[in-house]
Design a binder for this molecule. Structure first.
Ligand code: LLP
Length: 437
């Protein structure tokens, strides 16, 4: 469920029409719904309430300060993967103790900054990283908490670029090697191991994140079962394991009702995890932000080429790269349509409305990969019409660039009947600001 809907043939985000925003802010523009963000966050919190899970929003999804602040105020922790994301999470009012820090290549500087800030948990992805965090924490005279990220070798059945829990991916350590790594670390710590406030890294948990846009429960169940067996083994050897971070990855509806509700994941996982003496963390990103945002763009020209019709819009791959990078489907529809073209709630069913014709929706960038949709049935559109590109709240602006010297678009946050610009449109001067002598 989200708060984008057509009323009298016009797209609204909560109480604000898309056209009003476009008239006042221009295009392209990202538009987010606060109520939708909170609704999705609440669904996860509620589903996993029997475990009292900590929900750490994955900042990489959409790191806008105001988005992070809305979630921090609702009680979210943050999942971060860089010093910059720690900076964002803290600037948004995030509680450092509820920040979890993952990433295969944490630099010495980032590690020191995280320790300095009091980041709650390092999700450690390799043995050399383990030693490095231990060394830096020791040098700083500070204790740090760590969880070992394991790779459970399950197939999340999603796009290869966002599959992270298979053996051949670069993330975490093979689950079979986890026990040996815990033993070696304990040997290295010697009597430091026993005292949790002694300087150095204290490994107390397990982390996994098997992939993204996952639309079935089984991969989570398989990964969790393997991980619980590991935790039993570790505890059997006397390791005090007190936390399990299951990562993110819950899929959303891009095309139709392909995704599962949060409760479906919880129904399978809660019985496995309840009463095990583990603090549970989740790191959802897309589930919270994906369908809380659209990008609005304006049709520049409509032209024919061979047997194709091109709708050329003023947004481009630099603004939203997912179609080009992953072949991702984003539902696209005019912001203003006559009654017969009002799309039904289920997105793909829109393709069956009578009177549509197939077009390619493309941007102005000098690459053939600069498209948002190919051969897509749309109502007739003309120069000046506005289109909404849906499900753009996650990995949309976050992956935007200035390619072709295009200033990045503004971001707007709708709250009820009003909205605020939460990031202004970049100017031409912004493009060259860091290059001046
Ligand atoms: N935790 C870790 C350690 C992650 O690497 C990720 C995402 C998440 C949590 C959040 O995953 P989510 O709940 O959003 O699925 N740019 C791609 C997605 C990359 C995901 C990377 N890791 C896309 O546009 O589809």
């Amino acid at each position: 469920m989200d708060h984008f809907e057509y009323r009298d043939g016009q797209l609204y985000c909560e109480g604000v029409s898309a056209d009003r925003i476009v008239q006042e802010v221009g295009t392209p523009v990202y538009v987010y719904s606060k109520a939708t963000l909170l609704h999705h966050f609440g669904q996860i919190v509620e589903a996993f309430a029997p475990l009292d899970a900590t929900v750490c929003y994955a900042v990489k999804t959409n790191g806008n300060l105001h988005i992070c602040r809305v979630l921090a105020e609702a009680g979210a922790g943050f999942d971060v993967v860089s010093g910059g994301e720690i900076h964002r999470a803290l600037a948004a009012g995030g509680d450092p103790a509820r920040i979890v820090f993952a990433g295969v290549g944490k630099s010495d500087r980032e590690i020191a900054e995280a320790i300095e800030a009091g980041v709650g948990l390092f999700n450690v992805e390799s043995e050399p990283e383990l030693e490095n965090i231990d060394r830096i924490a020791g040098r700083m005279g500070r204790p740090a908490r760590g969880a070992l990220r394991v790779n459970p070798d399950v197939d999340p059945r999603t796009h290869t670029y966002i599959t992270t829990g298979k053996k051949e991916t670069k993330f975490g350590v093979d689950i079979e090697r986890a026990m040996a790594i815990f033993r070696a670390h304990a040997r290295r710590l010697g009597n430091r191991a026993a005292a949790p406030d002694r300087p150095g890294l204290h490994l107390r948990g397990i982390h996994l994140h098997i992939g993204s846009q996952i639309t079935t429960v089984q991969p989570y169940v398989d990964a969790t079962a393997k991980t619980l067996a590991l935790i039993d083994g570790l505890r059997g050897e006397g390791f005090a394991i007190d936390s399990l971070d299951l990562g993110g990855g819950f899929g959303i509806n891009y095309q139709a009702e392909e995704a599962l509700p949060a409760s479906a994941f919880a129904e399978a996982l809660v019985p496995m995890l309840r009463g095990r003496g583990l603090r549970i963390t989740l790191e959802p990103g897309r589930f919270i932000a994906g369908n809380a945002g659209v990008m609005l763009t304006q049709v520049q020209y409509v032209k024919s080429g061979g047997d194709r019709r091109f709708v050329i819009v003023d947004a481009a791959m630099n603004d939203l790269i997912r179609p080009m990078l992953y072949g991702a489907f984003h539902f696209i529809w005019p912001t203003r349509v006559k009654a017969s073209f009002v799309p039904p709630a289920v997105r793909t069913e829109a393709a069956n409305l009578p009177g549509l014709s197939a077009v390619d929706v493309v941007g102005p960038i000098c690459e053939s990969g600069d498209f948002f949709a190919k051969d897509r049935p749309l109502p007739p559109v003309a120069r000046g019409d506005r289109l909404a590109i849906f499900s753009a709240g996650a990995y949309g602006f976050a992956m935007a660039s200035q390619y072709n010297a295009r200033p990045r678009p503004p971001e707007v946050l709708v709250d009820g009947e009003g909205y605020r610009i939460i990031r202004r449109r970049e100017s031409y001067d912004d493009l060259i600001a860091h290059e001046r002598d």
